[in-house]
Design a protein around this ligand. Structure first.
Ligand code: HEM
Length: 130
């Protein structure tokens, strides 16, 4: 199996990942009902994000945390959502690629998901009346 080497590889990974996401019982509704995703807009943005991380080409200039804070107001994002997200992301990588960059993608996804969960939890606690 090949490693992730190009933007086209990332694009393939992301398209296949979202096919799984849309059908997932735990997080699918977030993408299909809560946010009616404009995929033709979103896919190039998330490919930019991963190209920045994996191919060291700084094409993503936005703040990825921001959109999740907004989303978190509509659906409090919790452990089970991140577990499903990561499981789908990792299994898509394993279906398509193997190597140093494929492993890096999984490691970085886990790191970012952990931080994101902590930040969302903190935000949710702030608004708790208990
Ligand atoms: C509970 C897990 C997650 C859910 C439900 C989720 C959901 C979403 C949704 C619905 C959007 C689109 C928002 C919009 O355009 O209005 C989005 C954007 C994005 N997500 Fe996530 N996400 C999750 C975890 C992650 C993780 C772990 C990463 C990174 C490793 C990530 C990276 C991104 C990026 C880069 C964008 C695009 C941000 C931008 O527009 O600049 N997401 N996510």
């Amino acid at each position: 199996m090949r490693d992730i080497e190009s933007r086209a590889d990332i694009e393939q990974l992301i398209i296949q990942f979202y096919e799984k996401v849309k059908q997932d019982a735990t997080i699918g509704f977030i993408f299909t009902d809560v946010v009616q995703m404009d995929w033709s807009h979103h896919i190039p943005v998330i490919v930019d994000f991963w190209e920045t991380i994996l191919l060291d080409n700084p094409v993503y200039k936005k703040n990825a945390m921001e959109v999740h804070y907004d989303l978190n107001k509509k659906v409090p994002l919790q452990q089970q959502h991140f577990s499903s997200w990561l499981q789908l992301f990792n299994s898509t990588i394993d279906e398509l690629f193997a190597g140093k960059t494929a492993t890096l993608a999984k490691t970085r996804a886990k790191g970012i998901a952990d931080i994101m969960l902590l930040k969302m939890n903190k935000e949710n606690d702030k608004h708790s009346v208990l």
